[in-house]
Design a protein around this ligand. Structure first.
Ligand SMILES: [Zn+2]
Length: 337
């Protein structure tokens, strides 16, 4: 079930900032912003009010140092921190377009000094509940204004995480060159507690309430979607009515294979010898990268491991430091899923 409100978040404003999405058939996504301010409670309170005055509310205001979190509006509706791209209302692109303002400055990437806690984990759990993967389709957010990449086609068609710097029709370049691996590693997907975010049990009866949409109750529809629930009584064109009883049931065909937890970058370094290196190598062979090994794979980290990892990273379309041959959480996840 997709989380619409984070249960532990402070409510900011009157709870109503946007409305229905214009392009709900496009995949859900996240847009990261920075407020270009300092952090701490005084900054949080004044920025929270300022964004209301400006009518430029995101969904979430987050303090990266104190882990304080506030929410202005439901993730099932639009926020309003983006400019339109011509006639395209960028705030309303996607099944969800979750916007997060981090109390930080683009020129001083917050992942260098932040202290994410349980509220950050709850935020990431809520994001993932929308089926949003831990990836940035346009790469790591820009380090400078002039480096901002804004690919309109990707924006309209791909889900995942973006920066304001990636949104077509916009000129801001926040959130700066944050460490995207650190961002996801701070809230591991396999890591137990979801911080109070709501999730669906494996099988549950559900009565449709006013305001529910198929997506808000966790049902994906349409040709390319993988359904995450079996529905009783819903047929194409997939409509639901208030009071209707649904049986939501996770099915074997739709459960993703479980990804083993990423053990940490330190296990994959020159001189390292451990069973994770063997596990990594065996998975690389399974995925078609056996040609890099003249012997092994084995527990000792070798140039063959690195070459195979690098080839796998390049195959994901990654370049530069994202394809350095050393696995991070995202490489690990992609490799095992
Ligand atoms: Zn912004």
């Amino acid at each position: 079930m997709a989380t619409t409100w984070i249960s532990g978040a402070e409510r900011l404003g009157d709870g109503s900032i946007g409305g229905a999405m214009d392009k709900p058939d496009a995949p859900a996504r996240v847009v990261w912003h920075t407020t270009e301010s300092g952090h701490g409670n005084a900054a949080f309170d004044s920025v929270a009010d300022y964004l209301i005055q400006k009518a430029a509310e995101p969904h979430i205001l987050y303090d990266p140092v104190t882990d304080r979190i506030g929410q202005y509006g439901s993730f099932a509706e639009s926020a309003r921190a983006l400019k339109n791209d011509g006639s395209t209302r960028t705030n309303r692109v996607g099944r969800a377009c979750i916007q997060i303002e981090v109390l930080a400055r683009a020129g001083d990437p917050f992942t260098a000094y932040w202290r994410p806690g349980k509220n950050f984990k709850a935020l990431m759990a809520a994001i993932r509940s929308w089926g949003i993967l831990d990836e940035f389709p346009m790469g790591t957010p820009a380090k400078t204004a002039s480096a901002a990449k804004r690919d309109r086609n990707k924006w309209l068609t791909k889900g995942g995480h973006y920066g304001h710097c990636n949104t077509p029709g916009n000129d801001h370049w926040d959130p700066g060159a944050i460490d995207v691996k650190a961002l996801f590693a701070a809230a591991p997907a396999s890591g137990g507690s979801n911080g109070g975010a709501s999730t669906s049990p494996s099988s549950a009866a559900y009565t449709v309430k006013a305001g529910d949409t198929l997506s808000s109750i966790g049902v994906k529809t349409g040709v390319a979607w993988k359904t995450i629930a079996t529905l009783n009584g819903i047929k194409s064109p997939y409509t639901i009515t208030v009071g209707q009883k649904l049986k939501l049931k996770a099915t074997a065909t739709t459960t993703r294979p479980s990804v083993p937890a990423f053990p940490g970058a330190g296990y994959f370094r020159p001189g390292a010898k451990n069973s994770y290196v063997t596990q990594l190598g065996q998975q690389l062979v399974k995925r078609g990268y056996g040609r890099y090994y003249q012997e092994g794979p084995g527990p000792t980290w070798t140039a063959a491991d690195r070459a195979a990892v690098r080839a796998f990273q390049h195959a994901q379309g990654w370049t530069g430091t994202d394809a350095d041959g050393y696995p991070g959480p995202l490489t690990w996840k992609k490799l095992f899923s």
